[in-house]
Ligand binder design. Structure first.
Ligand SMILES: [Zn+2]
Ligand SMILES: [Zn+2]
Length: 420
């Protein structure tokens, strides 16, 4: 080969390599995580290691009302979990990493700070830790928890005189810090049905809240609702319909997260990691790129179904599922069409009293517009849809679910058509 030809070939090769490095790809991550920094039962570096060693690309630490910035020591108690955590910590990382001291006869271990863990675990385009916080607030007895991602400073819960105000005040706090620092940050509403705290009508009103948990792996967050209260799928459709067709608010995206607290024993009642995650599509693995992609809806949520591609616009939705042998996939395209029935009724208890819960709406709100089987579901928009989203349900049992018989699923983000 002549020098000129070799040089030409090299140029083509380099251009291809550059293009490949810059091409958007899917990054797997979890956006809801607890450790010993709050009420999780493991050391934060063990938790980072849990996710990194299982092929996750990013992990947001979201301990209750704290960032991992101070010098914090935790006491090793005599209970089984505490002893097991220490034994595993020593076995994994050795004496040097496990900093211990004696506090009046009690052993204490220092928790690694976010900066230390970032140094230890972050690798370019391989793994990234994100500093988040679960802003842990309440209205009366209703727990109102909002994860805030990529923070610089901890946010003190702001409270409020009703559920909407508590959410709005804390969402505003995130955007105030974003504006002040210039650092991209986003809030996401956690587990609306935990303590039956947040109704669809309340969430629909919050400005700037673009994300909520359609799936949370904690065992007591009531993702599926109950007889009187809607599950997360129904809540999502009511919120989308109200926001897009009635209130002129932003779209709402659905996240799947772990909310892991228990890292030592897997069980239905245990709040284990590895249950729900997102795949975010972006060229680079850094917090700013991830936030930008999340805000653009460039992600899907999963509890065990992997997608190769999602292409969608106002004309069509095309999904490529990474099909596993022996597993079948059913995709439902769900949406609300113009001319839907917007009326609703309160849910009443047996004494006839209206409950503080999401109202009942007609089936024209969030109806199944089409259902299809196979690995390449397609939907052509008719033109009168206010939004359309897809839910893929597999015949595969979810690995270590919070309840028996849960099937692995995936959720894509809604296409907003702009009609009312
Ligand atoms: Zn929570
Ligand atoms: Zn949590």
């Amino acid at each position: 080969m002549s020098t000129a030809r070799a040089f030409g070939a090299l140029l083509i090769f380099t251009a291809t390599a550059l293009f490949a490095a810059d091409a958007p790809r899917w990054w797997k991550g979890n956006l809801h995580t607890h450790t010993f920094w709050s009420d999780g039962d493991d050391y934060p570096d063990m938790v980072a290691d849990w996710y990194k060693s299982r092929g996750y690309h990013f992990l947001a630490f979201s301990d209750h009302n704290t960032l991992q910035v101070s010098n914090k020591w935790t006491s090793v108690s005599t209970n089984r979990t505490s002893q097991e955590a220490l034994r595993k910590y020593l076995a994994r990382f050795g004496e040097k990493q496990v900093e211990r001291r004696d506090d009046k006869g009690k052993m204490q271990v220092r928790l690694k700070r976010f900066d230390e863990m970032s140094k230890q675990f972050n690798e370019p385009n391989k793994f990234l830790l994100i500093q988040s916080q679960e802003i842990t607030d309440r209205w009366k007895t209703a727990p109102i928890h909002i994860n805030a991602h990529n923070l610089r400073e901890a946010i003190k819960p702001r409270g409020g005189s009703n559920v909407v105000e508590v959410m709005q005040n804390n969402v505003n706090a995130v955007f105030e810090q974003r504006k002040k620092t210039g650092q991209p940050m986003i809030p996401h509403l956690n587990h609306p049905n935990f303590g039956w705290a947040v109704t669809a009508e309340e969430l629909a009103q919050v400005r700037g809240e673009r994300f909520f948990e359609v799936y949370n792996g904690h065992a007591s967050v009531n993702n599926a609702g109950d007889t009187n209260r809607v599950g997360m799928e129904r809540l999502w459709d009511i919120v989308l319909t109200k926001r897009l067709a009635e209130l002129n608010h932003e779209v709402l995206y659905g996240l799947a997260t772990d909310d892991g607290h228990n890292y030592h024993t897997n069980a239905f009642k245990s709040n284990n990691p590895g249950r729900g995650w997102v795949f975010v599509r972006t060229a680079k693995l850094d917090a700013a790129s991830l936030v930008t992609a999340l805000e653009a809806g460039e992600f899907y949520s999963s509890t065990g179904v992997t997608l190769l591609d999602v292409r969608q616009d106002k004309k069509r939705i095309e999904i490529e599922i990474e099909a596993e042998a022996g597993v079948e996939y059913t995709t439902q395209f769900i949406g609300t069409r113009a001319g839907y029935d917007p009326t609703s009724e309160p849910v009443r208890n047996s004494a006839g009293l209206a409950l503080r819960t999401t109202r009942r709406y007609s089936e024209t709100v969030g109806s199944v517009l089409a259902e299809t089987k196979g690995a390449t579901p397609r939907y052509e928009l008719k033109g009168d849809e206010i939004y359309v989203r897809a839910r893929i349900t597999s015949t595969k049992l979810q690995e270590n679910p919070y309840a028996k018989g849960e099937l692995a699923k995936a959720w894509t983000q809604p296409v907003v058509n702009g009609v009312k």
